[in-house]
Write a protein of this length. Structure first.
Length: 221
């Protein structure tokens, strides 16, 4: 049975790291975006990153961050990947990759067919894509809204680099999402919380279990 890797994003407590690792997730994410209820300070993120066991990749999520902001994050927090979740251009993605020598995952919001070409464009410069729901116009957050998109839009599609499915995933719907899209990696934030910014260990375990037991769709030729 093919393995599906899970990223649990928006951890805020050291105890979350142990829960995520024990559940069998492959990645954990720390949010550096002030408007988010999951935003963490550099010392908080450092403490969590140092608590992560080998095999749990640590991802910093930023939104249109400057070099100065990224410098501070990368210098303080031991990381395995940078997630760019704003309006970063392909040139900026390439610049960030070169500057830090870390893999970069670029998030792309999807609501309609018109959003799909951006996935091919960013797939040529990023190490990974995060295929997320496009937030409603005027939303405070560019992600982490618990909003799903129409998975039929990407069913069986492939891009030049590995990708993760995100947006409104929950322990209840993740198996269906994987079956419909063929995703081999999934990312969740609000769907495993008991309140905004507070992860629920039971929901994390249920999510990883449901994702791991799912079978991705056969890719379209
Ligand atoms: O989680 C956040 O607060 C956040 C803030 C700003 C940009 C992205 C954010 N989260 C990312 O969005 C996806 C989907 O979230 P959800 O599961 O729909 O709540 C999440 O996995 C993060 O990568």
């Amino acid at each position: 049975m093919p393995d599906v890797s899970v990223k649990i994003c928006g951890l805020t407590r050291e105890s979350d790291v142990a829960v995520v690792a024990a559940a069998g997730a492959r990645y954990c994410g720390f949010v550096f975006f002030e408007k988010s209820p999951r935003c963490v300070t550099l010392p908080q993120a450092r403490t969590m990153a140092l608590a992560a066991p080998p095999g749990l990749a640590k991802v910093a999520l930023t939104v249109n961050a400057s070099d100065a902001e990224l410098d501070e994050i990368v210098e303080t927090v031991p990381l395995d990947m940078l997630q760019l979740h704003g309006r970063e251009t392909p040139e900026r993605v390439a610049e960030v990759r070169a500057r830090y020598g870390l893999p970069v995952m670029r998030a792309v919001g999807v609501a309609t067919e018109a959003d799909l070409p951006a996935l091919s464009e960013f797939g040529r410069v990023a190490d990974q894509l995060l295929v997320d729901a496009k937030p409603a116009p005027g939303a405070d957050l560019p992600g982490g809204n618990g909003l799903a998109f129409d998975w039929r839009l990407i069913a069986g599609r492939r891009w030049p680099c590995p990708w993760m499915l995100a947006g409104g995933l929950t322990p209840q719907n993740v198996a269906r999402a994987i079956e419909m899209t063929g995703a081999r990696q999934v990312d969740v934030s609000s769907g495993v919380e008991e309140a905004p910014g507070r992860k629920d260990p039971g929901r994390i375990e249920a999510f990883v279990k449901a994702a791991s037991q799912s079978v991705p769709a056969v890719p379209r030729l």
